[in-house]
Design a protein around this ligand. Structure first.
Ligand code: ADP
Length: 267
């Protein structure tokens, strides 16, 4: 029988440029199905990394972008009305637990607190998922692994991950790659030449120095790829950076001017 997770298999190799030993570290953790936390700022490659690892390990990847309205039921599943009455529908986490996928909870601390209740028994030796509403306890498939991402930069203390939760995970720290690596990533992903990519990376590095000094976050690798893509499509670098690097990063007129000055220094 076809696994319901077949659609979640990643068939072509995602481009991932490693920065250190993260691939090997992940493989070793996966051998033990150890829960993993990917820590780091937004847009620095955490999602791309887990996609690459799922492809490499040939495991289906079920990704859930967490938000503040997300409850445990959104992860686990619920009874829904259909033509035949009410029927249980597995949520994304349950699918991964049942059929042996990697479940990636992106920005896990954004989700409501009740999600920790389901995460805890899955991330210790029990590896179980109780479906209270259904009266079922699922023992995780041997291939199941839980991966979460977490941005230590802009969580409020109310949203910090509790020690009792975080100590259930091994963690890999991510940051923006070194300049040469980031230039190669931006050039390839945006389809632009290396010289333009280098100028964009230089601007990003200036913005990152303003973190906690007027900016919550500097420009991410993702932002640079947007900037490059719009230049490739015909905008001037200045117009493109105004959209992707200035207006997207701040609403403050003074900060916007500071960012514009970084752009003007390059173009
Ligand atoms: P995060 O999950 O950390 O917010 P993403 O993984 O979505 O960030 O990264 C944003 C984009 O930046 C990706 O879609 C990819 O194009 C690019 N990227 C970042 N880091 C890398 C990397 N190491 N290798 C390849 N692409 C990368």
């Amino acid at each position: 029988m076809q696994s319901p997770l077949n659609d979640y298999l990643i068939k072509t190799e995602p481009f991932y440029q490693p920065s250190g030993l993260e691939i090997e570290c992940y493989e070793r953790a996966y051998r033990h199905r150890m829960p993993l936390m990917l820590k780091g700022p937004t847009g620095c490659g955490k999602t791309r990394f887990v996609e690459y690892m799922a492809w490499k390990l040939q495991r289906p990847l079920v990704t859930v972008a967490c938000n503040e309205d997300m409850t445990a039921s959104d992860l686990v599943g619920r009874y829904l009305l259909d033509a035949h009455g009410t029927a249980w529908h597995d949520g994304p986490l349950t699918l991964a637990v049942r059929y042996g996928g990697i479940c990636y909870l992106d920005e896990v601390v954004e989700a409501r607190q009740d999600t920790t209740v389901v995460i805890h028994p899955l991330t210790d030796a029990r590896r179980i998922l109780p479906l209270d509403k259904k009266g079922e306890v699922i023992h995780a498939h041997p291939d199941f692994q839980l991966v979460v991402s977490y941005n230590p930069g802009y969580q409020s203390s109310a949203k910090d991950m509790k020690a009792s939760t975080r100590q259930r995970f091994a963690a890999i720290e991510f940051d923006y790659p070194d300049a040469d690596t980031e230039v190669a990533i931006v050039a390839r992903e945006a389809g632009i030449d290396v010289e333009l990519a280098r100028q964009l990376v230089t601007i990003a590095q200036c913005t990152r120095a303003l973190k906690q000094r007027g900016l919550d976050e500097g420009a991410s690798t993702r932002v640079l790829i947007y900037a490059g893509t719009l230049v490739r499509d015909g905008l001037t670098p200045t117009q493109s950076c105004e959209m992707t690097l200035v207006q997207a990063l701040t609403d403050d007129p003074d900060m916007a001017q500071t960012l514009r000055n970084f752009v003007q220094a390059q173009f």
